[in-house]
Each structure stands twice: as structure tokens, then as C-alpha cells.
Design a protein around this ligand. Sequence first.
Ligand code: GLY
Length: 354
Amino acid sequence: MKNIVVSASRTYDVLIGQGILNDAGALMRERISSGTAVLVTDDNVNALYGDKVENSLKNAGITVHRFVFPSGEQSKCLEVYGRLLNFMADAGLTRSDALVALGGGVAGDLGGFAAATYMRGIKLIQIPTTLIAMTDSSVGGKTAIDLPGGKNLCGSFYQPHLVICDTTAANTLPPDVFRDGCGEVIKYGLLKSPKLLRHLEENGLGFDRDYVIYKCVEMKRDIVCKDELDTGLRQLLNLGHTIGHAFEKLSGFTLSHGSAVAKGIAVMAESCKNAGICSKECCDRTVALIEKFGFDLRGGYDFDSVMSCVLSDKKRSGGNLTWVVLEDYGKSGLKTGSTDEFASFIKSGVLKWK
Ligand code: GLY
């Protein structure tokens, strides 16, 4: 088992290893004094790992109350959040107790936000079971639910007290969900790791999961420790996301997040090549890597529709737009400008992958 220590507003361990789900209770007990925990998970993950984690916590002397919600983004809503808070109140959870979020991004975001707000904050343990959650969302403290007006509109920065990442959980993911997570993994390589990119090029979907998850968490740790509140450097994690979010919205959210990000990265690579920010070789290798992972880059959206989505997102952030540019194969940077500047920069990429 490996341990990555994150030192942000809270210092915590991210434990990474094979089969450590079985030891979740003992690993938690060694670090956290809570005697009672609410275990929050969706119905899919519950069927796979609910009993295993609950038994492990109980064997470590922790009283468990299990809250199971329907799987899917639609559960990241006020109604399920309200039910969860009431469930915790009815179970008599106190400020010294804990919430264990077991699952992918929805469990982590919903559970994380409930932990951040119940009694003004209780202990939070993240146990990610999807590749996206293992490599990205369980670390760094972003928690949120969606509102009818948009995704993640209600949330907080709330660092977990512990992350337990059992890499073997990735083995039970349906192939399309696993590939979806690879969009974010490729993103990490492009941000700052030519070595990770080479490993992905050489191994494709058969990459060494322990190595890749460890490298991604290490990179995320470095970024979060420098910019916990997402006011600068952390925005690098949005590579491919500005356009990716527009693709997701235009598809009516039938396009998965990872596929949308993969398309967004291909658009960005083309635009960066045409603007002379990266080389043709960098752009070609980026696209070839995305395709090697089986992402379908054909069938984008028309430029005006994409830009109107970007503009509606921008209204929420106010001011100028910051976007992430690919400078080299394994090196990215930030650029800030007006929406008009972004539109003229990104146009060739959107048209190329239309
Ligand atoms: N997933 C992006 C971030 O944590 O900032």
C-alpha cells in the first residue's frame, strides 16, 4: 500500500493499494476516532461493495448506518441531499462521527457536501470505486450537488479526512465506464507528464492501474496544495473541459463526461497547433492517443451552438475566460482572454472535429 499525503487546509492520507477495501475499517480506525459512521453509496456500488465495507467498519468497532441512493447524476440533487441529512439526524450522528462516501463522483460529491454541511462539518472518508473518482474527484475537496439551473451550483470546498483507494475496484467497472475515466487520465499526462503519456501509448487500456492512479493523485496533490480554492493553477485541471462541457450539454448529457473531455482535448490540440502554441507532432500524438483508447472523435457540434454554451457558462463565472492550452506533449499552461478571443482561437478546432 502506498500513501500520498495531501497538505491543504487539512492534512490527510490518500492510501492506494490492491484489496484495501477489506481493511477500510482498520485503516479508518488508525486515523479517525469516530465510533459511528453513515455509509453513503449508490445501489450499483452497494451490491458490489456495500456489505464488504460495512463489515470491515463493524469489525473495527464502528457502528454503521447505510444510506443507499439510486445510481446516476440525477441523485446529486436537493431532494436526495435533504433525505441524506434527515437520515443522519434520525440516526443521531454527532459532530464527532463520520460520513463514508463509497462509489464514484456522485457518491463523493453528494456525500462530501452532506459531510461538509451536517452540523457544520463532520469527518469525511472518501472510498472511490471508479477511475475518475480514484484519479481525480475523491482528492482535493470539491463537493457539490446540482440545481435545476446547472451542475455543481451548490457546493463547498471540504477536504476529506482520509481517502482509501482500492485499485482493484476498477476491475469491476463496465468497459465504457472504465474508458470514460481514461479521458481524465490522458488529461493528467498532457498537463505535465510525458512519462505517463509514454506509458499510456505503450499499454493502451492495459496500462498499469496502480502506477497510473498513483501518478495522477500525486499530480493532483501538487496542484491542490498550491491552489486549494481553484483561483489559479488548479484551473489546469480543466484541460478540454470548456469545450467538453459544451459538448456534454449539447448532447443532452447522453455523451459521457470522459468522452466529452476527450473530444474537448482534441479540439484544443488542433487550435493550439493552428495558433502555433504546440507543434503538429504534439497535436497528432494527442489525437492518436485519444483514439487508441477508443474514444470516437467524429460527430462534434456546430460552432455557434458550442459558443453559446460557452457563453452561458461564462455568465456564471463573470469576467474574462481562462482556458488551458497544450504547449507540448506533456506540458500545458493557462491563458486568459475575452470570449471573443477564445472564440477566434478555438474555431478551427471545433470545425475540424465537427
Ligand atoms: N476535478 C477538478 C478539480 O478538482 O479541480
